[in-house]
Write a protein that binds this ligand. Structure first.
Ligand code: SF4
Length: 476
């Protein structure tokens, strides 16, 4: 019986000499010493790499840009490069394990990085990776292949669109338990028999990617549980660096209400702003609120925190909500049922936490709206007919491209395309991650000077460099 990922002897030694080990499952943190300066610069380089991948994902595939960033921030040419890759991964794992949102962001970008490397890897590199991580699958031998040739060929042909592709029959198949090949089975890309999926070697990428993602997801949960007991949590030099890294992952969080100024947002301005500068999610909530003089809890949270983020002061927020809601209820009822929640959002009640506006990932992946609810992301949660109607005023070509992106589940890209259609001269690069960023850029495009809620660029925190050595022993 042949085993893929389990070749041995001379062949393995040859493979190990020839193949660059560019893929890692990051199972064990490296036990090496790095200076504080390296600790910081390695992690910032990886963060730059992950942010590039995020941007590329939003703008559409651009392998050349990813390669350029890879060569600049995370090359894998030498043993030192590979060590840096491992160290920086574990540092960011420590920085990004502390909340669901941070974990989700890190998992998404690290998975993209792994996928990119996997796509670039040679067959030897993939085999080496599988062997190293004990991902051993039986290879279909000649006898079995002959027995199943008809079925394997039928599945192969059903998935090919050109004669050239159809003639290119895979030369290696591996047998994978069906539980690990659910995606491929769903797409009818593999032959299934007695609980075993017969996977062409090239499709193993899907299996390895799924394995990487689920392993990292579990490891992030473990890192979160163990962090408080780790040496890093007690180290005064590392803690500020880790906190700073996590803060920069998705730009500003719009959590601080700008001080009232000549530019401040007032309740009277909100109708106009909804019509001209808000993203579709907030415009939908605003319109629903105006027509129904009410919004349910999910909508009040999403819209209320957004308004806080654009600079509506707490007292003005109470006035705004009261003016709308009191068309259907009296002031006492409003004060009893709703004013507390508004003060709570501004950190003046309960735990006195300064809540931040929801970003796009949170809105898109949060609970979908039920009947009578209007929160969520229209590109994710509206059906096509409803979305089309919401895009009234956009020309047909733009509308079709927005709807196609939403249909393909590229919700944030659809929103960027919507921004582009509304504000052709706006700065599209800043849009797609946060409703408040959409709003800020829309106002700039209209020609209104923004209030000073600025994103700090990713830069090295000015931590005093000391000639000490720090041992990186991260908890996985
Ligand atoms: S992508 Fe973000 S900003 Fe755009 S509509 Fe959806 S949630 Fe709102």
């Amino acid at each position: 019986m042949l085993n893929v990922g389990n070749t041995s002897g001379v062949q393995v030694r040859k493979q190990q000499q020839n193949a660059r080990v560019t893929l890692s499952m990051y199972q064990e943190p490296p036990n090496v010493e790095v200076t504080l300066e390296e600790f910081e610069s390695y992690s910032i380089d990886r963060l730059q790499m992950l942010k590039t991948l995020e941007l590329v994902r939003l703008r559409g595939r651009d392998d050349a840009k990813v390669e350029k960033a890879m060569a600049k921030f995370l090359p894998l040419r030498t043993a030192e490069d590979r060590e840096k890759d491992e160290i920086s991964h574990f540092i960011l794992r420590m920085a990004f394990c502390h909340s669901e949102e941070l974990r989700r962001w890190f998992l998404t970008q690290e998975s993209s990085l792994f996928k990119h490397r996997l796509d670039q890897a040679s067959r030897d590199e993939k085999m080496n990776f599988m062997k190293k991580n004990r991902l051993v699958y039986d290879q279909v031998d000649t006898e079995e292949f002959a027995e199943l040739k008809q079925q394997l060929t039928a599945v192969h042909l059903a998935n090919k669109t050109s004669v050239k592709e159809a003639l290119n029959m895979p030369d290696v198949y591996v047998k994978v338990p069906f539980t690990e090949a659910i995606d491929l089975i769903g797409q009818r890309k593999v032959f299934l028999k007695c609980g075993v999926a017969y996977v062409p070697f090239d499709h193993l990428v899907t299996i390895l990617f799924a394995r990487f993602r689920s392993t990292l997801s579990k490891q992030l949960a473990i890192a979160f549980r163990k962090f408080n007991g780790s040496a890093a949590a007690r180290d005064d030099r590392l803690l500020p660096v880790l906190k700073n890294l996590a803060k920069h992952h998705i730009g500003p969080d719009y959590g601080t209400v700008p001080q009232a100024s000549g530019n401040a947002i007032t309740p009277e301005m909100i109708d106009g702003l909804a019509a001209t500068a808000m993203p579709l999610c907030m415009k939908t909530l605003h319109n629903a609120m105006k027509t129904q003089s009410h919004l349910k809890h999910g909508g009040r949270m999403q819209y209320g925190l957004f308004l806080k983020g654009i600079g509506l002061q707490m007292d003005d927020a109470i006035t705004f909500w009261r003016n709308v809601f009191c068309k259907k209820m009296n002031v006492d009822e409003f004060n009893k049922k709703y004013a507390y929640n508004i003060r709570h959002n501004y950190g003046k009640e309960g735990k006195r936490k300064d809540y931040t506006p929801f970003n796009c990932v949170k809105i898109i992946t949060g609970d979908p709206p039920k009947a009578g609810e209007y929160h969520g992301c229209p590109f994710r949660h509206f059906d096509e007919h409803h979305l089309r109607a919401s895009l009234r005023g956009i020309n047909e070509i733009d509308k079709e491209s927005i709807i196609t992106l939403a249909r393909n589940k590229d919700y944030q890209l659809a929103c960027r395309r919507h921004f582009e259609a509304l504000f052709p001269k706006g700065n599209i690069d800043a849009v797609g991650n946060h409703p408040n960023a959409f709003f800020e850029e829309a106002r700039k495009a209209i020609g209104v000077k923004p209030d000073p809620v600025k994103q700090e660029p990713v830069k090295q925190e000015q931590v005093k460099q000391e000639p000490v050595k720090t041992e990186v022993k991260t908890e996985s």
